[in-house]
Design a protein around this ligand. Structure first.
Ligand SMILES: [Zn+2]
Length: 309
């Protein structure tokens, strides 16, 4: 396991998993034979798996491979735990740590060419927040899962999720804000992700006009998101939205605090052009090599509504 992580992590040269420094020297071995390193920049020692998902887990590579294939199959937590011989809580933490790593990967995505952008909405869910937490108090009365929020339209009980997809299948989505989309949110979430020279195709929402102006992007706006103008249409983003909704429904209620993780998961599984086997390999490498400062037990302590800003 250590060798696998070392090989993957240090493929482009050794790097400190604490500070990112590249001035590394070998620093003896642990009692169990594990190679120790010393970072000359932060003066601390580390091993290949420091600040990774496998740090301190003592599970061999086969368990992780099995876990990843369960994930690719969309298997529920309980069944995954049984299949891999791990505790249900562990299966839950692993899911979100792996998806955190996937989110990191999508944070570096670049969308070019014709990019269709449109927002969709999810009713805010505090699922799982109030049971365990001593500090969380419900900001409103509980309504049962699946029931529509009481206020209609773009109420404050819905999070706005802008989504973008390019013609080659690169995609990006995340929770932006409550209610209607704002130009500020668009600026922040797509900063550095839409390349110069890209053409945005959106509906008539005014937030996109200012966003395109701010970022020097070409903009084609189509009436109510169903029209067609030459090569421009919004078929891809419409089909993206329906796949995303179906994907999320498959999980029996997703807590808003984890929604960004499921958005990254959907992008990876449903939009990426790689084969299933290629995706399994990417996910395994992505999961095992990502630098993770957050402990497993801290997974559930993220904010209930992960808004931008
Ligand atoms: Zn360092």
């Amino acid at each position: 396991m250590d060798e696998f992580v070392a090989e993957e992590r240090f493929a482009n040269g050794q790097m400190c998993p604490r500070c990112g420094g590249v001035h590394i020297v070998c620093n003896g071995h642990r009692k169990d034979g594990t190679q120790r390193y010393m970072c000359k920049d932060c003066k601390r020692s580390f091993i290949a798996t420091t600040n990774s998902i496998v740090a301190g887990t003592k599970k061999d590579l086969r368990v992780w491979e099995k876990y990843i294939s369960c994930m690719m199959a969309g298997m529920p937590i309980r069944q995954t735990a049984e299949t891999c011989g791990i505790h249900r809580n562990t299966a839950f933490y692993w899911r979100h740590k792996i998806l955190d790593a996937l989110q990191d990967r999508f944070g570096k995505v670049e969308l070019d060419g014709i990019v269709e952008v449109d927002e969709t909405f999810f009713t805010v869910s505090y699922k799982g927040d109030h049971k365990r937490s001593k500090v969380f108090s419900m900001p409103r009365e509980v309504h049962k899962r699946g029931k529509a929020a009481r206020l209609h339209g773009l109420s404050r009980e819905k999070v706005c999720v802008p989504c973008a997809i390019s013609r080659n299948g690169s995609s990006f989505a995340r929770v932006a804000n409550l209610g209607r989309i704002s130009t500020n949110s668009l600026d922040e979430m797509f900063r550095g992700k839409i390349t110069d020279g890209a053409t945005l195709v959106t509906d008539k929402a005014s937030a996109y006009i200012r966003f395109a102006e701010n970022n020097g992007l070409k903009l084609v706006q189509l009436k109510s998101g169903v029209g067609n103008r030459g090569v421009y249409n919004v078929q891809r983003i419409n089909s993206y939205h329906s796949k995303l909704k179906r994907f999320i429904r498959g999980f029996n209620g997703v807590s808003t605090k984890y929604l960004n993780n499921y958005l990254a998961w959907n992008n990876f599984v449903n939009c990426g052009k790689e084969t299933v086997v290629e995706k399994q390999n990417i996910l395994l490498r992505c999961a095992l090599t990502a630098v993770m400062k957050l402990k497993c037990t801290e997974v559930s302590s993220r904010p209930p509504i992960p808004m931008l800003g």
